[in-house]
Each structure stands twice: as structure tokens, then as C-alpha cells.
Ligand binder design. Structure first.
Ligand code: SF4
Length: 88
């Protein structure tokens, strides 16, 4: 399967997808602006992102199950993985 520009979807975080640097920057800004009481701590977020990076549902930085940018979803303290059972 390829996207409209003939690229294969990669199982990468947005920050690692070629051509997505601007969106990765916007996501990083949104995470940084998130109130601390709503934000997962950095260790938890990294642990979640490792699960996403190993997951077959990751497509160009988004979760194919929920459509979220995983770099944003994993940063929210009260979010969970939509997989059944959840991976994080
Ligand atoms: S199903 Fe869960 S682990 Fe997989 S990409 Fe989505 S949020 Fe990440």
C-alpha cells in the first residue's frame, strides 16, 4: 500500500517521517504547552512510545486504530492505547 504521493507508510514516529518535520514541531509545541497535571511524565511517555514503535498499527506517526498522532496521545496522562487489550 502506498499513499497519494507513492510513498509506503512507515512504522515511524512523526519526528522520523521524511517531510513531516513541521507537523512534528507543532506536536512537540502542543506537548510542551500541555498543563503539567495533564501530561504524562517523560519516562512514561518514552515507555509508551516504545510500544507504539513496535506496534503494527503505527502508520507515519499515527495510530491506525484511533487516528491520533501517537507523540501527542502518549503525552496525555489519562490516555490509553486503543488496542484490545491495550499495549499501554
Ligand atoms: S495501537 Fe496502541 S501501541 Fe499501537 S500505535 Fe496505536 S496507540 Fe500505539
Amino acid at each position: 500500500m502506498v499513499d497519494t504521493e507513492g510513498r509506503r507508510p512507515c512504522r515511524c514516529l512523526l519526528a522520523d517521517v521524511p517531510g513531516e518535520a513541521e507537523m512534528a514541531r507543532i506536536i512537540a509545541e502542543r506537548v510542551a504547552a500541555m498543563p503539567e497535571d495533564l501530561r504524562a511524565d517523560e519516562a512514561k511517555r518514552k515507555e509508551r512510545l516504545e510500544e507504539c514503535k513496535a506496534c503494527a498499527h503505527l502508520r507515519n506517526g499515527t495510530c491506525a486504530l484511533c487516528g491520533c498522532y501517537v507523540e501527542l496521545r502518549t503525552a496525555k496522562k489519562n490516555q490509553h492505547c486503543p488496542s484490545v487489550p491495550p499495549k499501554w
